[in-house]
Design a protein around this ligand. Structure first.
Ligand SMILES: [Zn+2]
Length: 376
């Protein structure tokens, strides 16, 4: 096994303002915690410094006109006409260095993609990646350049079959759109329902793909307050059989940590125990794995959960000195412990979410499983 952790010090240098919720330190804190816990110090692991994506790379998904606008935005020059392209909003501000930051993020995703395609790596993780809301000519939801689509297009151009698994709290709307009729990219997105969360209009279970891609798009809109048990109940009934039936060459996973209960932007109630179990399942199903960070609006959640994810991808058990063992799990006191304490939800809430999760599973089992040849 060969794995690469993709990291650059440059990411954390990009700052818009103190109030902008997108935390550019995401790679930095994950890298440092992994390093401190000796999770990078193995003979099969390499740390790779990415280069910026070339404009040619960007043009495989984005329009030239939009990239020109991003170059202007990079100077911090705002013009009202940019608003039509989603630039200059609260979530996607125009700021000095904004294009450089996202271009490097796309370069990081492509570095992982290339290493997987050249068989130089079996696992690649870039914490600053997974910008699944960016469109061909617009920015949306903190996403300016869709590194995911650029990476997937490159994999497709080499004849690969890709399973895209997105567990970020927000629906991977623009990845779905880009490959909606493509049976060579099977898309699974688990996310908080659009009834209560951005991007509102997409991500419902009824969106199952079209044309040749019909049956190759699985949305699992989780009701608000979904907890660990309900999420895992559904995830383990969907991912393993779908992966087994589809037989991907590569899994591209978008592993946002805004699904965690303490995230201020979302209304799911998961802990990073369920998150880590999901990452383990993804890793287990993946002949090759490209993992991208995506969302998460609490730096401490990012650091702890992506460290656990990296350990899981590499079959390593992170050991913490201050950890105590309890019921087969370990956790320390306060925020420094990697593992969240169990989070208990009232019975009436669990009853409600369980009912909805089971309903959606039955729908997917009925509409999609037969197309994929999965018998349950
Ligand atoms: Zn998100």
């Amino acid at each position: 096994m060969k794995s690469v952790f993709i990291h650059s010090d440059e990411f954390a240098k990009f700052k818009v303002s103190k109030d902008w919720p997108w935390l550019t330190e995401r790679s930095e804190v994950t890298y440092k915690r992994c390093k401190a816990l000796e999770l990078l110090d193995r003979e099969w692991i390499k740390v790779v410094k990415p280069k910026s994506a070339t404009t040619e790379d960007l043009y495989t998904y984005h329009t030239e006109e939009y990239i020109e606008l991003l170059k202007q935005a990079d100077q911090g020059i705002f013009e009202e006409s940019m608003l039509r392209y989603g630039l200059g909003t609260l979530e996607c501000p125009v700021a000095k260095g904004v294009f450089a930051y996202h271009r490097l993020a796309a370069g990081a995703t492509l570095a992982g993609t290339d290493l997987l395609l050249q068989s130089e790596a079996d696992i690649a993780f870039s914490p600053t990646g997974g910008f699944h809301h960016a469109g061909p000519d617009f920015a949306s939801g903190f996403c300016y350049i869709n590194d995911v689509n650029i990476g997937l297009k490159k994999m497709l151009s080499r004849g690969k079959r890709i399973l895209y698994v997105d567990i970020d709290a927000h629906h991977g709307d623009l990845v779905q759109e880009a490959f909606y009729d493509d049976p060579n990219v099977l898309k699974i997105s688990f996310h908080e329902s659009g009834k209560t969360l951005f991007p509102w209009k997409t991500g419902f279970e009824t969106e199952i793909g079209k044309g040749k891609g019909k049956g190759y798009n699985i949305n699992f809109p989780l009701p608000e307050n979904t907890g660990d048990d309900e999420f895992l109940w559904a995830f383990e009934r969907i991912l393993p059989p779908v992966a087994e039936a589809f037989k991907p060459d590569i899994i591209c996973a978008v592993i946002g940590v805004d699904i965690i209960f303490s995230d201020p932007m979302t209304h799911l109630q998961l802990t990073n125990n369920a998150f880590t179990k999901a990452v383990k399942m993804i890793n287990h199903a993946a002949p090759k794995l490209l993992a991208l960070g995506s969302g998460g609006y609490v730096l401490d959640n990012i650091e702890r959960s992506w460290t656990l994810a990296w350990a899981a991808m590499n079959d390593l058990e992170p050991k913490e000195e201050d950890a105590v063992t309890f019921g087969g799990m370990f956790w320390g006191d306060g925020l420094s412990s990697l593992v969240d304490r169990p989070y208990f939800l009232p019975d009436d809430i669990r009853k409600k979410t369980t009912k909805e999760v089971k309903r959606i599973y039955r729908y997917i089992k009925k509409t999609i499983f037969p197309i994929l040849g999965i018998r349950v």
